[in-house]
Write a protein of this length. Structure first.
Length: 195
C-alpha cells in the first residue's frame, strides 16, 4: 500500500471509491476508502482491486459502507437526495422542516445539517426556490391571479409569496409577469409571423 492509498483511507476520501477496496485482516471485514469506521492499523490492511478478491480470501463486506453495493451512497447524501426528491414532488403542499423530517422518519436537526452541508442551502431555502420557479412559469404562461398562483405553488398567503418572490428575484410577481410575460408574447408573435 502506498501513501496515496493510506491517506485516502485515513481521510475517508470518497473519490477513491470504486478504484480500490481495503480489507482489515484482524476483523475479517472489507470496506470502501470512504468508510467512516475507525481507521485500522496500517499493518492490518490489505488492498483489493475488486470486492470479489476480498470475498475470495474470506473477508465480509462492512455493514456500514456496504462496499459490494453499486448504488450505495453515504447516509447523509442519501438523505439529502430524499429531501430534494420529496420537495420536488410535494412543494405545493404545506411543508415545513418538521413535516419533511417526519415524512422521512429522521431528526429535523440531522436533516437540516446534512442537507445544508451537501446542497449549500437549507431545505426551507430549497423549498422556496422550487416554489418561486414554479410561480415564474405560471406568471408567464397563465393569466391566473397572483393570489391563485401563490396558493397553487404552496404559499399560505399572497403577501408572504410576494415577499419571498421579491427576495429571490428582485421583483414583485406583478413586475415579473409584466416584464417576462411581454417578452414571451413578443417571441410568440415573431414565431407566428416567421421573422
Amino acid at each position: 500500500m502506498n501513501e496515496e492509498h493510506w491517506q485516502a483511507i485515513v481521510s475517508c476520501d470518497d473519490s477513491y471509491d470504486g478504484r480500490f477496496w481495503y480489507g482489515v485482516l484482524t476483523t475479517g471485514i472489507f470496506c470502501r476508502p470512504s468508510c467512516k469506521s475507525r481507521v485500522p492499523k496500517q499493518e492490518n490492511i490489505r488492498l483489493f482491486a475488486t470486492t470479489e478478491e476480498a470475498e475470495k480470501i474470506g473477508l465480509r463486506p462492512c455493514k456500514r459502507c456496504q462496499p459490494q453495493s453499486v448504488q450505495w451512497r453515504p447516509p447523509d447524501e442519501e438523505l439529502a437526495l430524499r429531501v430534494e426528491r420529496l420537495i420536488d414532488e410535494c412543494y405545493q403542499e404545506p411543508l415545513n422542516l418538521t413535516e419533511i423530517a417526519s415524512r422521512l422518519f429522521v431528526s429535523p436537526y440531522y436533516m437540516q445539517r446534512s442537507f445544508t452541508r451537501l446542497k449549500s442551502c437549507s431545505p426551507s431555502q430549497y423549498l422556496s426556490q422550487k416554489r418561486v420557479e414554479a410561480a415564474k412559469r405560471l406568471l408567464t404562461e397563465t393569466s391566473n391571479s397572483v393570489t391563485d398562483i401563490a396558493m397553487q405553488v404552496g404559499f399560505r398567503t399572497s403577501a408572504y409569496f410576494a415577499q419571498v418572490f421579491h427576495k429571490l428575484t428582485g421583483q414583485t410577481p406583478t413586475q415579473y409577469r409584466a416584464e417576462y410575460g411581454q417578452r414571451i408574447e413578443q417571441i410568440g408573435r415573431k414565431s407566428e409571423t416567421g421573422s
